[in-house]
Design a protein around this ligand. Structure first.
Ligand code: FAD
Length: 420
C-alpha cells in the first residue's frame, strides 16, 4: 500500500493504462519526477485485452485522414498526433524493443502479435526510467491547494506540481474502468458529456439473425433508416449473432447508434448484404436469370450471397425460396428486390460496457487545450486518452490516440507557466 510522499512530485499520473504509461515515460524522459498510480494490481489491463490480445496499436493513415476517420472533433487530435502520430509511434516502440508490422497495409501490430509484448516494452521503459509505480492504489479524490495537487488514496495523500488524469473510460469494467476520472475532472470545474458504450455489438428485435450466425458478410452496408439520421451509415464486415449483429461495421456504427438508442428506445436500420447492389443491379440479374435454363430462386441468389441468407431474405419478402425464377410473380420479385437492397432490422439495444471497446463521451473538449492537453480551468492539470470526449472507430484509432495524447500530456508544456 502506498504511503504519503513528503516531497511533491513534478507530475502525478492517475491511471496506468496506455495513455498513463506513455505520459509517465515522456515526463520522465524530460527529467521530470513522475509518479504513476494505478488502482488495479497491474498496469495496462485493457491494453492486454486489446485487439483480441494482439493489440492493433495504430494504423498507417496520415494525420489528416486519421482525424477525418475519427469524425466528430477528430481535429482536436492534431497536436498530439504531431507529437507521436503513426510513424513516430512506431519509432517510439522500436526504441523500447517493440518491433511493429503492418500486414494488411493498414493496421499496425506488434511483430509478435501479442499485446503482452507492447505492455512489457512500456513497463520495461518505466523501470529503466525508475518511475515509481503504485499499483493497487485507487485515487479517491483530487484537489489543488497551496500551489500543489493533493491526490488522496486509501494509503494517504500524494502531492504534485502537475496532475495528469489518464483514467480511461467505462468499457471493459474488469480492466479497472470505472469512470472515476470523470469526477476528478468535474472537481476542477470540467463538464463531462453523456457517455455511451461504443464499439459494441447490438441487439435486434427480429430473431432471424440467430439462423445466420455461421456467416460473415463482407462489405455489408448498414444505415440508420430515420430521415433525420440518414447520414449515419457504414460499410464493412458484418457477423450475425444469436441476438443481433457484430463485426467491424457494427462496432463502428454503434458509436452513433448508442446515443440514438438512448434517445429513441429503438432504431430502425437497413442492411445491404450484397456489397451495396442497387435495385437496378437486381433487376438486371433477374432479367438474365429469366432467360437462362429454369433454376430455383435460391440457386441464383446463391451466386450473390450465402444460401441461408438468401433463404431468410426470401421468407421476409413472402417468396418461397425454391420457386423457379421464371415463376416468381412480378410483385413478389419487386418486394424481394426491395428487401435485398434494404433489409429492414430494428436495433433495440447493445451488449453494454462489458462488450464495448470504447466509451463515447467524456470530459468536454472545450475545456482542454488541444496543443498541450492542459485544462483551461486549472493550470497544471492535464487530461489524456479515453477520459476525454473523443473516440475513434476500429483499426488502431483509440490506442494511437491514447499513446499520442499521453505523450503530449507528459511533456507538460503548460501555457499557464513559463515554457520549460
Ligand atoms: C476488448 C478491447 C479491445 C480493444 N482493442 C483495441 C485495439 O485493438 N486497438 C485500439 O486502438 N483500441 C482498442 N481498444 C480501445 C483501447 O484499448 C482504449 O481506448 C485505450 O486502452 C484507452 O487507454 P486509456 O489509457 O485512456 O485508458 P485505460 O487503458 O482504460 O487506462 C486507464 C487506467 O486508469 C485506471 N484507473 C481508473 N480510475 C482510477 C483511479 N481512481 N485510481 C487509479 N487508477 C485508476 C484503470 O484501472 C486503468 O488501468 C480496445 C478496448 C477493449 C475494451
Amino acid at each position: 500500500m502506498a504511503t504519503a510522499d513528503p516531497s511533491p512530485a513534478d507530475v502525478l499520473i492517475i491511471g496506468g493504462g496506455a495513455s498513463g504509461m506513455v505520459a509517465a515515460i515522456s515526463a520522465a524522459r524530460l527529467g521530470r519526477r513522475a509518479i504513476l498510480v494505478e488502482k488495479s494490481s497491474s498496469l495496462g489491463r485493457k491494453l492486454l485485452a486489446s485487439g483480441g490480445q494482439r493489440c492493433n496499436l495504430s494504423n498507417t493513415l496520415g494525420t489528416d485522414q486519421f482525424m477525418e476517420r475519427v469524425g466528430r472533433d477528430g481535429r482536436f487530435m492534431g497536436p498530439a498526433l504531431e507529437e507521436l502520430g503513426g510513424p513516430k509511434l512506431r519509432e517510439f516502440f522500436h526504441g523500447i524493443g517493440v518491433q511493429t508490422v503492418v500486414l494488411d497495409g493498414f493496421r499496425v501490430w506488434p511483430e509478435t502479435r501479442k499485446s503482452s509484448t507492447v505492455l512489457a516494452g512500456l513497463v520495461g521503459e518505466l523501470e529503466r526510467l525508475e518511475v515509481p509505480i503504485h499499483t493497487d492504489c485507487e485515487v479517491q479524490s483530487t484537489t489543488f491547494e497551496d500551489e500543489l495537487f493533493h491526490v488522496t488514496h486509501p494509503g494517504g495523500v500524494f502531492r504534485s506540481k502537475e496532475l495528469i488524469v489518464a483514467t480511461g473510460g467505462l468499457a471493459l469494467p474488469k480492466s479497472g474502468a470505472s469512470g472515476g476520472g470523470y469526477a476528478f475532472a468535474e472537481s476542477f470545474g470540467h463538464k463531462v458529456t453523456a457517455r455511451h458504450p461504443a464499439g459494441v455489438p447490438v441487439v435486434t428485435k427480429e430473431d432471424w439473425t440467430a439462423r445466420l450466425t455461421a456467416h460473415t458478410i463482407g462489405k455489408a452496408h448498414l444505415a440508420v433508416a430515420m430521415k433525420k439520421h440518414a447520414k449515419v451509415a457504414r460499410i464493412g464486415d458484418l457477423i450475425f449473432t444469436k441476438k443481433g449483429l457484430r463485426g467491424p461495421v457494427v462496432l463502428d456504427i454503434s458509436r452513433d447508434l448508442s446515443p440514438l438508442l438512448e434517445r429513441y428506445g429503438e432504431v430502425p436500420v437497413h442492411l445491404n448484404l450484397c456489397r451495396g447492389q442497387s435495385q437496378e443491379d437486381w433487376q438486371a440479374h433477374f432479367r438474365e436469370w429469366k432467360t437462362a435454363p429454369p433454376k430455383p430462386l435460391t440457386d441464383w441468389l446463391e451466386t450473390q450471397l450465402p444460401r441461408e441468407v438468401a433463404e431468410v431474405l426470401c421468407e421476409l419478402s413472402g417468396v418461397t425460396p425454391s420457386t423457379l425464377v421464371q415463376k416468381v410473380p412480378g410483385e413478389a420479385k419487386d418486394t424481394l428486390i426491395r428487401t435485398l437492397v434494404k433489409t429492414p432490422l430494428t436495433i433495440t439495444g447493445h451488449t453494454g460496457y462489458d462488450g464495448a471497446f470504447v466509451t463515447r463521451g467524456g470530459a468536454r473538449l472545450k475545456d482542454v487545450r488541444p496543443e498541450t492537453l492542459e485544462s483551461k480551468l486549472q493550470p497544471g492539470l492535464y487530461l489524456c486518452g479515453e477520459v476525454l470526449d473523443l473516440d475513434g472507430p476500429c483499426g488502431g484509432f483509440n490506442l494511437q490516440w491514447a499513446f499520442a495524447s499521453g505523450y503530449l500530456a507528459g511533456t507538460g508544456q503548460s501555457t499557464h507557466q513559463p515554457a520549460r
